[in-house]
Design a protein around this ligand. Structure first.
Ligand code: SF4
Ligand code: MG
Length: 334
């Protein structure tokens, strides 16, 4: 499979008066062409920082990509001049945020906003731009696009506005779409419709998608692979099947227990006790130690190596490490 994006040993820090926050601490992942990768984790785990780093939207200062490479279509984005980055942002890579209102200008019609990128970047004629805008409105499921192009953002519901934002993000036919909590601000039925829309868009346009969310339930239907982030690291990655049916990291298991499931009605949701570590001074060992019911002596001291459970399934946990198993066996026999 062809890789469209490869992130290698990414570190992002933020300098504050209180010290340096190590928000992303050595993240590695890739995205294949035409696939959807979900990055899942609690707020503050570094998932949004990771996606902002791909877009080079980390405010420097106080933020900084302090190490690593982000290879997109063969180019390392971390070393690209800002001018070149600007021609990638919004055109080759598009981003959608949680609140559609912040992405839309309340004083301009939807039509004007939709074609802005096309006109700027490709110098498209107004007739062609309008035809493309209508096509995109149609694609994202907005009825009467011809009429509705003349309307303003406040004349649309929240779900419709998010559809418009998606149309805007796709109008220049990007290779990569990054959606950061795209359904969090919407109610449940609208959420499901927007997720279906992502699925359909991917099939029709072949765009690769990174979906950032705190809610594993959101990705159950549409993610091909899932990366679970905790305290600035990806602690487990695998296919959707592997993560949902065969999770190995205690944190992933905990996350799954806190997702409501239709097939297990009446079963209690179990939140994970405790809080993530302070990223001003993250622990040397596994950051989940303080919350982990299986923590061993070694966990706190040394960060576990990555164990490959399959070609696609990888986990950072001492429980999967042969050396820790031997250690446990030898202490048990004493
Ligand atoms: Fe728990 Fe240790 Fe695995 Fe961390 S490395 S998740 S503390 S068992
Ligand atoms: Mg976020």
């Amino acid at each position: 499979m062809e890789k469209i994006l490869e992130v290698n040993d990414l570190h992002v820090t933020f300098s504050t008066y209180g010290g340096t926050v190590k928000a992303v601490r050595g993240v590695n992942f890739h995205l294949n062409k035409g696939e959807t990768l979900a990055i899942v984790g609690e707020s503050g785990c570094g998932k949004s920082v990771t996606s902002n780093a791909i877009m080079r939207l980390i405010p420097d200062p106080p933020g900084k990509i302090s190490n690593g490479t982000i290879t997109f279509n063969g180019k390392d984005l971390t070393s690209l001049p800002e001018k070149e980055m600007r021609s990638i942002r919004g055109f080759d890579i598009s981003m959608i945020f949680q609140d559609p209102m912040t992405a839309l200008n309340p004083t301009l019609t939807i039509g004007t906003q939709l074609v802005e990128g096309l006109r700027q970047h490709y110098n498209t004629s107004s007739t062609d731009a309008k035809a493309k805008a209508i096509e995109m409105m149609d694609l994202v499921g907005i009825p009467n696009p011809d009429e509705r192009l003349k309307q303003y953002p406040h004349q649309f519901s929240g779900g419709m506005r998010q559809r418009i934002v998606i149309a805007m993000a796709l109008i220049c036919e990007p290779d990569l779409l990054i959606a950061d909590e795209p359904t969090t601000a919407l109610d449940v039925t609208i959420q499901a419709q927007i997720l279906e829309l992502f699925d359909r868009i991917q099939q029709q346009m072949g765009v690769s998608i990174i979906l950032i969310t705190h809610d594993l339930g959101v990705v159950a239907k549409i993610a091909d692979r899932i990366a679970v982030m905790y305290a600035g690291k990806i602690i487990e990655v695998g296919s959707r099947r592997e993560i949902f049916y065969n999770p190995e990291h205690p944190y992933t298991k905990g996350l799954l227990k806190s997702v409501p499931r239709l097939d297990l009605q009446g079963e209690k949701l179990i939140p994970i006790d405790g809080t993530p570590p302070d990223l001003f001074s993250p622990p040397a060992g596994c950051p989940f130690t303080a919350r982990c019911p299986f923590a061993m002596e070694v966990c706190d001291k040394v960060y576990p190596d990555q164990t490959e459970l399959s070609d696609s399934h990888k986990v950072d946990c001492w429980l999967q490490d042969e050396r820790a198993k031997q250690l446990l066996a030898s202490t048990a026999t004493k």
